[in-house]
Design a protein around this ligand. Structure first.
Ligand SMILES: Nc1ncnc2c1ncn2[C@@H]1O[C@H](COP(=O)(O)OP(=O)(O)O)[C@@H](O)[C@H]1O
Ligand SMILES: [Mg+2]
Length: 362
């Protein structure tokens, strides 16, 4: 939140409508003089407080900004801005309540002519809590979804281990093996889910670490496809078409491998038929497309696929794959889009910049 530092605190004389730009701010700014009366305010203050500017100006602080804390106490009596400690410079952001019950996020800057001098001006900033409320709701939803996603494989594991422990002798060797295999695959699923959640957290916090090196993307594609073939997928299902003389790209090979694995996994899991990976260069950068011949993604759902936890069907995925893919591609300064081919199926197109990102630093 913009707690105006003392040096740049708005001059009340300049806070006139249409002159300063304060009226364009989404946050309410109210400037109170040393006499405790409002000297100036911006347009957002009128909107948030529901009082016209002419009426606000000249009002005593407590009447102009009737804010109460969580205990219902008058905020200005609690903080005593013109009387309290002479070293105070501000009040940090707080949720306060207006008389009509609405909440606002409030900060106050104490402007003094010099350190230790009496408060010359009080600059109060108010902001609606909608954005914060939305972020909190999304956070709570995310935790609920994560808990749910973690619980289902755990329920499976617990079910089998409990059964095996209590009725070990009643099962044949083969039955026990089957149950342990189910436990094993559920444990794998949990491990994958947790790895993906960590990636999601890093992406959301803007802390995805990329170790970029010049990379031959065509070789990387062939390697990831080969890994699928070794794991048992018929090699005839894959076609790799790479233009000659493709430049190397500065990418993190592990992370780009993760992008490829996810797109190929999706084509196998949700798609059908031949999976074609093409690589070519165009003026935008290196273009990589992964195409399959499955049912594709319904146009009405296309905008949701890159979201967290969105699953079109229940085929065992977590719904995090494309979110992570998008985060990794954007982290490389690239873009990813769903561009369905006219003949049907799904096609994901990734465009990566080819320039060396360190070129202008060195
Ligand atoms: N190649 C594809 N063909 C059809 N649908 C797809 C394809 N790739 C992704 N989808 C849809 O997008 C959803 C989200 O994909 P993703 O984020 O990888 O999650 P997950 O694969 O874990 O379900 C999938 O559940 C699926 O419905
Ligand atoms: Mg997936």
């Amino acid at each position: 939140m913009s707690t105006a530092p003392e040096s740049t605190a708005p001059e009340p004389a300049r806070a006139a409508p249409g002159v300063t730009g304060y009226d364009e701010l989404p946050d309410a700014i109210v400037v109170v003089g040393a006499d405790g009366h409002v000297r100036a305010c911006n347009a957002a203050a009128q909107r948030i407080l529901g009082v016209a500017r002419q009426e606000l100006i000249g009002l005593p602080l407590a009447d102009a900004l009737p804010l109460a804390d969580a205990a219902g106490r008058d905020w200005w009596q609690v903080t005593n801005p013109f009387g309290g400690l002479s070293t105070r410079t501000r009040q940090v952001e707080r949720v306060l309540q207006l008389p009509d019950g609405r909440y606002v996020l409030a900060t106050a800057s104490y402007v003094r002519a010099e350190r230790g001098a009496p408060v010359d001006r009080l600059v109060v900033c108010l902001r609606g809590t909608e954005a914060r409320d939305r972020a909190e709701r999304e956070h709570a939803d995310l935790i609920a979804t994560v808990a749910h996603e973690l619980r289902s494989p755990l329920t499976g594991i617990k079910g089998f281990t409990a059964t095996l422990l209590s009725k070990w002798d009643r099962f044949t060797e083969d039955q026990r093996r089957l149950m342990l295999e189910a436990v094993d695959s559920d444990a794998d699923r949990l491990t994958r889910l947790i790895a993906e959640l960590l990636d999601v957290a890093r992406i959301d916090a803007g802390r995805l670490e990329l170790r970029r090196v010049p990379t031959d993307l065509a070789a990387l594609v062939r390697k990831r496809v080969e890994a699928r073939v070794v794991a048992g997928v018929d090699h005839e299902r894959f076609v790799v078409e790479a233009a000659d003389d493709l430049p190397e790209v500065w990418v993190d090979p592990d992370k780009m491998g993760q992008v490829l694995d996810n797109l190929i996994e999706n084509a196998l899991r949700h798609g059908d038929g031949t999976i074609t990976v093409t690589l070519r260069q165009d003026p935008d950068g290196l273009v990589m497309a992964v195409t399959d011949q499955g049912p594709g993604i319904p146009p009405g759902k296309a905008h949701r696929i890159f979201g967290r936890f969105w699953k079109g069907s229940d085929r065992g995925g977590t719904g995090l794959g494309l979110y992570v893919v998008n985060g990794i591609v954007e982290g490389h300064g690239g873009r990813i889009a769903l561009v369905p081919p006219p003949e049907g199926g799904a096609r994901f197109v990734v465009v990566l910049p080819v320039d060396d990102p360190t070129a202008d630093i060195l």
